[in-house]
Ligand binder design. Structure first.
Ligand code: CU
Length: 136
């Protein structure tokens, strides 16, 4: 592919094909000694049908789970969410203290500024890929 076309492809929004509008997707950086990272983003369903995210994949991590942070008996704990459902018109925030991606065992130590590609898998088997930036 000519370089300028590749450049355009990288710049082009994926909205036309995408099931969800995804913004502000980022990964909280942690020292290499910590085996997990938390990932955050805003998901908006502008389509007319309900979307259900059933899995998240990334070659940069051994596995990725969707987690919910809960307060139980005064203690914060996390629980895996088997599927994340987003109704038409709904916006769901993955944010510190709430829903997040739990990204296990990075293949390489993460560094601020890096971009990692992930894929969201929907109930019907279709996938949407996006990029997440590592931040301090
Ligand atoms: Cu978690």
């Amino acid at each position: 592919m000519p370089r300028f076309l590749l450049f355009l492809a990288l710049l082009a929004p994926t909205v036309s094909l995408a099931e969800l509008d995804i913004s502000d997707a980022w990964i909280k950086n942690l020292p290499p000694s910590v085996p997990v990272r938390a990932g955050y983003m805003t998901l908006h369903n502008a389509q007319s049908k309900t979307q259900r995210i059933v899995a998240v994949h990334s070659e940069s991590f051994a596995s990725v789970e969707i987690h919910q942070t809960l307060m139980q008996d005064g203690m914060m704990r996390m629980e895996q969410v088997p599927a994340l459902q987003i109704e038409p018109g709904e916006t769901v925030q993955l944010a510190p203290g709430g829903l997040h991606l739990m990204m296990m065992q990075p293949a390489q130590p993460t560094r601020p500024g890096e971009v990692h590609r992930i894929e969201i898998e929907f109930e019907d088997g279709s996938r949407q890929s996006l990029q997440m930036t590592v931040r301090k």
